[in-house]
Each structure stands twice: as structure tokens, then as C-alpha cells.
Design a binder for this molecule. Structure first.
Ligand code: HEC
Length: 94
């Protein structure tokens, strides 16, 4: 992942109410746990209801603790919010 994206993501997620530590853990959870079986899908490509449906199915597959699931949900939600606000610019992951 590009460093600029990491910095932008941290700044945005922090603005959305996560501490930098939570943001870092959320990002790691997503890469380590969700990236185990497939690539890390981009949340901004999915409408919220579709994403929530996948999240329910996938958290069951992923065997996250309740705490991890909460953090991951908040992390991804913060990404979605800030990507929507920014029109996705500046944070594209290629
Ligand atoms: C145990 C393996 C496994 C893990 C771990 C896993 N997934 Fe999946 N994921 C799958 C499979 C297999 C599919 C294909 C659809 C299906 O069969 O349910 C899928 C499909 C998806 C899709 C839909 C992709 C599409 O077709 O548009 C999304 C989004 C997704 N996963 C997100 C996640 C997230 C977020 C996590 C972490 C919480 C996660 N996955 C963890 C196996 C996994």
C-alpha cells in the first residue's frame, strides 16, 4: 500500500473518531484477516446495504472477536464516510 494512502487514511479515519492506534489496528485487521482468502475489497465500490450484508457473512467466516469485529466495522465505516466526502479522490488504492 502506498504511504500517501496510509497517511490520508489515518488522517481521515482519525477525523471520523478513531484514535490513530485504532485506525492502525483496523487497517491491520482488514489486511490480515479479510485479506487471507481474497484481496481486500474496496468498501467504496459497494452500496452500504450490500457491504453490510457481506460484512455479516464475512465476520462469521473470519472468526473475529466481538471487539475486533466492532473495530473493523468502525474502521471501514470511517473509510466509507471520508471517501464519500472526498469523492474518492486522493485516496485511490491502485
Ligand atoms: C475464510 C475465507 C474468507 C475470509 C476470512 C473473508 N472472506 Fe470475504 N469472501 C470469501 C469468499 C469465499 C467469498 C465469495 C462469496 C461467498 O462464497 O460467500 C467472499 C466474498 C467477499 C465479498 C464480496 C465480493 C464480491 O463478489 O463482490 C466481500 C465484500 C468480502 N468477501 C469481504 C470480506 C471482509 C470485509 C472480510 C473480513 C471481515 C472477509 N471478506 C473475510 C472468503 C473469505
Amino acid at each position: 500500500m502506498k504511504l500517501t494512502f496510509v497517511i490520508v487514511a489515518i488522517a481521515m479515519a482519525t477525523a471520523a473518531g478513531l484514535t490513530p492506534k485504532e485506525t492502525a489496528s483496523g487497517r491491520k485487521l482488514y489486511a490480515d484477516k479479510c485479506g487471507r482468502c481474497h484481496k481486500a475489497f474496496k468498501i467504496e465500490k459497494y452500496p452500504a446495504p450490500a457491504w453490510n450484508m457481506w460484512m455479516n457473512q464475512m465476520t462469521a467466516k473470519t472468526k473475529l472477536t466481538q471487539k475486533e469485529a466492532d473495530l473493523l466495522t468502525r474502521y471501514l465505516q470511517s473509510l466509507r464516510t471520508s471517501l464519500a466526502e472526498n469523492g474518492g479522490s486522493g485516496a485511490s488504492q491502485h
